[in-house]
Design a protein around this ligand. Structure first.
Ligand code: WTA
Length: 666
């Protein structure tokens, strides 16, 4: 379990920045924290009325819903998640695009900031509607029907948003695979979702380098016999990309066959909008399944209330569309609110460490949202990069994906926000769909390092990890769970509802289990303390240690491996792999370690590569053969005096050997 949290008692809350309202575009959505508390109470006591009203007010329905929540009431009844807005019909692309295009066709929907500065462009809501309609018709012509999944392997370009919205427009289901994943991971996800069409680019550009995207897709498709078409957007125009005439089609050639409008296909509120694969405790990634209306409402309301997004705002979420942050806060949240979203293709370091601030300054960004790992990098690069820019347009600064250390919070506040922007440390997960514990900009007092208070409809509890009992005292520490369903929570794991229940709803009956540890301080602030399962967050990427172990086993020399996370100054956590080999007395240890790293890069993707490989004779196992990763974590942290009870190990002498290897290498 996480460290002791006694020190939290002394952290004082900081009021919303005094300068926040100076640049505010209109009346704030909420007058103050008292109003938040009032609405929050309603959302918990009577979610049906609260979310029913919100859904009627904020979403456009082609058929009104009959019942806001089923079954009515509160809580996880019969141990299942609830269904929302039954009887209602709507379309996600209509809600994101048409209604704003009709009202204001020339308004910028997307500001595309290309990898190379100056090569971007602005896309209006009217243009976006046309593109979405044309690609929707291309997909229909390729045989994609309502309910079918379409795999998306695209970099951060406007066409990624067009693709998602086009898929949603015909009632199909998008399944985005982060373009940093290897061909093997892409193949597994395409097959698990049984996608028959894949959308990608010829190449991608990132940090000045070209990435062979189409080649990776082709490699994956060698083992995906059901895929009959690949739609390829020409990003770089490199002539030398692999091509299969009978299967591959150019985006620009297909698009121009179709007129600029096609009507959206209405879907049921609970129809699936998308799948997004995420890592869990076991090696097999889970296709987290989100439904249409509930997800849209969550993305819309959090964007609006957490970041205080008004239609005239420009939101810059520096996350990738391959992860949930990109889905909810690059695509759906900003567009549902009729705001402008920045689509950033590059990296924070290219062409230099000023890049983010150039974008903020140039496009007068009002909300900026990023993972602490990027902030650590930029803080280290020096404040001079920030200081030469006019960042006075910023009102809210978001943080996501991992706890933000107080000194990074302070740097963000002082150098980027200049004391006038509200820092929102947003806690949530792929499975929650949208923020669940977070400050509301302009409203909630903050404490650096705390995600503060729950969003509307979220009833968080802290449970004793062993007994599962709720810890009701204000000051508490345990595992974080939620007492009642909310509209944007995941409904299933694709094709495996039982796994959904086993992972989230059965570990602590009556609650949704987050997999994170948390503490609540004397003022009721929530502090997220990190995963309590075998998931590691590296640079904001969520990795499963079991998945990395399965990758390592692919190397012919590996007998066994155990992967754990360890703290890293820059990436938050880093991956360490303890590996035992089939043959000892290796001639070239360095070469073997290199090969093992390459194996992981190839099997999963470069972002999962272990930072540390430790070749060991044996791993610490219980008599029943279970690897005790806790011991490995302690040894890595040089806390060998706190190993706890090691008498259950089948061979306790292995500990001495492990300590020696760690001391020699780390
Ligand atoms: C972690 C990312 C601390 C947490 C949106 C969670 C955080 C996992 C925070 C989900 C935060 C996310 N403070 N930890 N503000 N936000 N996490 O699914 O461990 O990629 O369970 O979603 O990230 O990662 P995922």
């Amino acid at each position: 379990m996480p460290e002791s949290t006694d020190h939290l008692t002394h952290v004082e809350a900081i009021k919303p920045p005094a300068g926040f309202l100076e640049r505010h575009p209109s009346t704030p959505f909420l007058a103050d924290f008292e109003e938040y508390k009032k609405l929050y109470r309603q959302s918990i006591d009577d979610p049906e009325t609260f979310f029913g009203n919100m859904a009627r007010e904020h979403l456009s329905w082609s058929k009104p819903f009959d019942q806001a929540r089923y079954p009515p009431g509160t809580g996880f009844q019969n141990g299942d998640a609830a269904a929302w807005f039954l009887g209602g019909e709507l379309n996600a692309s209509y809600n994101c695009v048409d209604r704003h295009a009709i009202a204001n066709p020339d308004k910028p929907a997307i500001v595309y900031e290309a990898d190379e500065p100056g090569e971007g462009r602005v896309i209006s809501y009217g243009e976006l509607l046309k593109e979405v309609c044309q690609i929707a018709q291309v997909l229909t012509a390729l045989g994609v029907k309502k309910g079918d999944t379409v795999a998306v392997y695209l970099p951060m370009i406007p066409e990624a948003l067009v693709t998602l919205l086009a898929i949603a427009r015909i009632g199909a289901v998008h399944s985005v695979v982060f373009a940093g994943f290897s061909s093997g991971s892409l193949r597994d996800r395409i097959n698990d979702a049984n996608s028959k069409v894949v959308i990608t680019t010829d190449e991608s550009k990132r940090g000045g380098k070209a990435i062979e995207t189409k080649k990776i897709v082709d490699e994956a498709l060698k083992s995906c016999p059901q895929v009959h078409n690949v739609l390829v957007f020409k990003r770089t125009g490199n002539q030398h990309i692999p091509w299969t005439d009978s299967r591959d089609l150019w985006w620009h050639e297909e698009k121009q066959r179709y007129p600029p409008y096609v009507a959206p296909t209405p879907v049921q509120a609970e129809d699936t909008l998308f799948l997004l694969y995420t890592s869990g405790s076991t090696g097999k990634p889970k296709g987290i399944q989100h439904t249409t209306a509930g997800y849209l409402l969550g993305a819309l309301l959090t964007t609006k209330y957490v970041f205080d997004v008004h239609p005239q705002d420009v939101l810059f979420t520096a996350g990738d569309v391959g992860w949930i942050t990109g889905h909810s806060y690059v695509v759906y949240g900003p567009l549902l609110n009729g705001a402008t979203t920045v689509v950033f293709e590059g990296t924070p370091a290219y062409p230099n460490y000023s890049r983010y601030w150039d974008v903020v300054d140039q496009h007068k960004v009002t909300q900026f949202y990023v993972a602490p790992t990027a902030l650590r990098l930029l803080k280290r690069a020096g404040s001079s990069h920030v200081e030469k820019h006019d960042l006075s347009s910023l009102r809210a600064l978001g943080s996501v994906g991992e706890p933000i250390a107080p000194e990074v919070w302070e740097w963000y506040n002082e150098h980027v926000g200049r004391g006038k922007a509200h820092i929102c440390d947003t806690y949530w997960q792929t499975e929650t769909g949208s923020h669940i514990i977070t400050p509301l900009a302009g409203v909630t007092s903050t404490k650096p390092g705390s995600a503060s208070f729950p969003f509307f409809g979220i009833d968080p509890v802290i449970l004793d990890p062993t007994t599962g009992e709720e810890l009701t005292s204000t000051v508490a520490e345990g595992v974080l769970a939620v007492r009642s369903p909310w509209p944007s929570m995941a409904r299933s794991v694709w094709g495996d509802y039982n796994r959904f229940l086993d992972t989230y709803l059965r570990p602590y009956p009556g609650f949704y289990f987050t997999g994170d540890g948390a503490a609540r301080d004397k003022d009721g602030f929530f502090w997220i303390l990190g995963r309590v399962d075998d998931v590691v967050n590296v640079s904001g990427h969520r990795l499963s240690t079991a998945e990395i172990e399965s990758a390592l086993i692919e190397h012919p020399l590996v007998a066994e491996s155990a992967v754990v996370g360890f703290p890293d100054e820059l990436t938050g956590s880093a991956v360490a792999a303890f590996v035992s080999l089939k043959h000892k007395n290796l001639e070239d240890v360095a070469e073997t370690k290199k090969e093992l790293v390459i194996t992981v890069r190839k099997e999963i993707g470069p972002f999962a590569a272990p930072k540390l490989i430790l070749l060991v004779n044996d791993l610490p196992k219980t008599r029943s053969g279970k690897i005790m990763r806790r011991i490995l974590r302690k040894i890595l942290a040089h806390e060998e005096d706190q190993l706890g009870d090691i008498s259950t190990l089948s061979d306790p002498t292995v500990v001495k050997h492990l300590i020696q290897v760690v001391h020699e290498n780390f």
